[in-house]
Ligand binder design. Sequence first.
Ligand code: SF4
Length: 305
Amino acid sequence: MAQYPYLSLNEYYRNLFGRKTAKISLDGGFTCPNRDGTLSTGGCIFCSAGGSGDFAEDATLSIAQQIEKGKAQTQKKWPNACYIAYFQAFTNTYAPVEVLRQKYEEALAQPEISGISIATRADCLGADVLNLLGELSLKTKVWVELGLQTANEDTASFIRRGYPNKIFIESAQRLHHIHIPVIAHVILGLPNETMEDMLNTIDFINRLPIHGIKLQLLHVLAHTDLAALYESGAYIPLEQEEYLEILCRCIQRLRPDIVIYRLTGDGDKSILLAPLWSLRKRESLNRLHQMLREKKIQQGNSDCP
Ligand code: SF4
């Protein structure tokens, strides 16, 4: 019987690999077209200097060294785990295809690496990159994580995502066509978004060939444009109860076959301005599970009250 009333990442990995699977966050030394001047220099309004990869290993180390370091950190806790190399920081398909091939293959050549997960933008998946990913997926497990954040085009412009929904749809379909599972990254609590907007984003995902979802609370990080909005009072972060209520509704609305990769998110403590309650992650998850039980909510049972 499933541990939670939703399809959790642990359950998915256990079914796939038969044991605990841990991700090692890597920094491949890439940049992002939304920051290097190709699309803009400001980036998304919430993006930190680490390019949304504040927990990734050190980019001055090789990929092999980063993996070795990541494994050493987790081996005590999970001695028999297998690992996914997670290219997390910045845009991990934004480089000449031969550079990408070298980085991905270096990761896959390390012992106990069972696959790679690549976080990227939906507008950075040209034909050459798709060919490479398709080729790798014939030899190993490959997942691609695409930043959607919201299906509301006005919010997407406000946060400077830099591409319309149409591009996300096309990329998700192209990846699905070459049998690569797509994980949609969604942010809850974006400026001016209502419950209806967030549920519309879930509906948008439900209509696409999406394998997994990351639901991430919007964090206000120091030295970002979002931080300036927050400090001026123009952005008010979600309270814990509000966030948990939104999560309950999103889980209830989500297609039952979509794997839930994340329900909270980690803000780097050293630069997190708000909401500070988000640091109490265990407490939030316990409270969420209690609310799901009390309200008898299961993933995909949107007929419930
Ligand atoms: S796409 Fe990612 S790395 Fe680029 S600016 Fe936005 S959050 Fe930062």
